[in-house]
Design a protein around this ligand. Sequence first.
Ligand code: MN
Ligand code: MN
Length: 323
Amino acid sequence: MKLQLFNTKLVGMDYKQLSGRDFPRFSGIKTFFRMPFVPVDSDYEVGIVGIPYDGGVSYRPGARFGPSKVRDLSSLGRGYHWSRDVNIIDKIKIADIGDCPTVPIDQQKTYDRIKDYFEHLLSLDKKFIAIGGDHSVTLPLLRAAHKKYGKLRLIHFDAHLDTYPAAWGCEYHHGTFVRHAVEEGLILPEKSIQIGIRGPLTGESDLQFVNQHKILVTTVDDVRANLNSFLNALPDFGDDPVYISFDIDCLDPAYAPGTGTPVPGGLTTYETQKILRALKVNHLVGADIVEVSPPYDSSDITALAAMDTLFELLCLMGLSKKT
Ligand code: MN
Ligand code: MN
């Protein structure tokens, strides 16, 4: 066997993972999923991008450190999906394209930079998976995706509805992106779904928005009552452009303690794996994983769950038939 002595994979353009059998998993420069770090205009197909911003949180901060911690836990990333029987690294060109520029003390400037960055990325006909960051970053991501693809169907994993009103006189925070996406006409609410939702809520009025706009809200009870029935009843998204937003707090705090606003009684990592594998989506145009807050994490369990979700999303995106 020829030993790989030089780390050519990181500077090459062959879009292969840094091999754990040539380079121990604790070695090397940390990149998302051990993929090469390349400029935004390189010839990859799916770019993984960090968005280190947490200026929209209402309780515990720290999600600005999410991207670097998910890169760290990417040491354990592997390409072959057992139940799908596919090695996603061989199937599509995946790259770490670095972090989107942000402004830690200015939300509006951050939103503008995110929108500009992702509009540019999408103009190059790339797909992306963004690693946040708090959940407020999804709104500018949807604005950019809407500009390219029109109205999107949203698949939203979360403990929270994220349709909440302004707080402290501020219209934009990490609990409002769904409301703004509907009000700005970015998504088709009656063709979108929320998964993992649970209470308590501030009041009954919190449900008015989703009811009025006919968003399909599914709770942990719906998932837990009978997982297979839940999976079989998931909508078929066909060829419609779909965006997936995965708030890590859809998971129970036992599986994801390192997050800004944890809610007990959540999904297990196994359940979210099963749901992501069961989704019938042919045209996944973009996705994000948000609300990973490493300072509140324990044994990196939350960042590990995020890295595993990243793998499931890469497979779902890579196996999307439509480009
Ligand atoms: Mn959220
Ligand atoms: Mn949430």
